[in-house]
Design a protein around this ligand. Structure first.
Ligand code: SF4
Length: 320
């Protein structure tokens, strides 16, 4: 009898899984708001903008009866509408109320906190320098909390150099919640150097989830040749994780699903890192780990840099 062929040996691969990763308290709350609204009101429930920036999450909620639209005009009369976790300009709930729509606000409480700070700075007579990314829904929502012309967007160090305020101008700065901690720190230092009179927020605007996920990926990246960031291309915090991993010395790849992985990427790679943006569910992390186990002989280890215990209350209408 011939000896059996030896089974082909798989490439060994060390897998470092960053923790914290994935869903934050604001995303958990926003998804629960849609699910509870569907239970209470029945389908359809309309959602203005993707509730969180993740196709898997949006598709799962669509399957349960949620309808996603970009503007209130697309919401028919007589159905409830939910505003996404990123927040909305004040004009949106006002318009919904004028139309007699029942609305629920899934804005993350940490985004709402920035909105209230913006109002307070304007009341105090200050012009706001807002550090953020043009066009992101959170930025549009925060600009929509204050009168036009009272807030200036600052995206880069070059933008700081171009500001033309004087030493006597009353200024304050605020920021988007999902920025790069390091880049934002550099922009704040530049603002403070040009305008020592600028008033800082009472506490850091970049949220705990963004900071924790960046710190975790910063820790694993120097040990990895390749880091997979699971998240959507329109997810600000996921894109920042790619930048952080890259700067920490790894080749970083944004992927949405396990099927995005090309096995060729793993050629010659000994250690791979995995993290996930705040809007990416753990199911997608498990899917990626399973896919890597199909391709390689994986030895996985979770690297925990912080524990998170934050939860947010639901809107009163949904608590039964
Ligand atoms: S990333 Fe931060 S600000 Fe955004 S939803 Fe999560 S906790 Fe809230």
């Amino acid at each position: 009898m011939n000896a059996p062929f030896p089974s082909p040996t798989k490439q060994p691969l060390r897998l470092l899984i960053a923790a914290p990763r994935g869903f934050c308290a604001g995303v958990d709350r926003a998804i629960e708001i849609v699910e509870r609204a569907l239970d209470i009101y029945g389908s359809p429930v309309y959602v203005r903008h993707e509730i969180v920036h993740n196709k898997f999450v949006v598709d799962s909620l669509k399957a349960k009866g949620a309808v996603f639209v970009e503007e209130l005009d697309a919401v028919p009369d007589g159905v409830p509408v939910i505003f996404s976790a990123h927040g909305v300009p004040k004009s949106v709930p006002r318009e919904a109320t004028e139309r007699g729509l029942e609305w629920l606000d899934a804005t993350c409480p940490l985004v709402s906190k920035v909105h209230r700070q913006a109002e307070r700075q304007i009341e105090a007579g200050r012009h706001i320098l807002f550090i953020g990314h043009a066009g992101h829904p959170e930025v549009i929502g925060t600009f929509g909390q204050v009168p036009e012309g009272t807030m200036t967007l600052v995206e880069t160090l070059e933008d700081v150099a171009k500001l033309d305020f004087g030493p006597d101008d009353e200024l304050a700065y605020l920021s988007q919640t999902t920025l790069s901690v390091d880049d934002t720190g550099a922009i704040i230092r530049a603002i403070e150097a040009r305008y020592p009179q600028v008033v800082a927020p009472k506490a850091e605007d970049i949220c705990y989830a963004t900071s924790n996920r960046q710190a975790a990926v910063k820790q694993i990246s120097p040990l990895c040749q390749l880091v997979f960031v699971i998240g959507a291309p329109n997810s600000s915090n996921s894109l920042r994780l790619v930048e952080v991993a890259h700067r920490a010395g790894a080749c970083a790849q944004l992927i949405q699903r396990a099927s995005d992985i090309d096995p060729v990427w793993l050629t010659g790679v000994e250690t791979v890192g995995i993290t996930a943006g705040a809007s990416a569910p753990e199911a997608l992390v498990n899917e990626v780990v399973a896919r890597l186990k199909e391709i390689c002989d994986v030895e996985a280890e979770e690297v925990v840099t912080a524990k998170e215990h934050i939860t947010f209350k639901l809107p009163r209408q949904l608590v039964r």
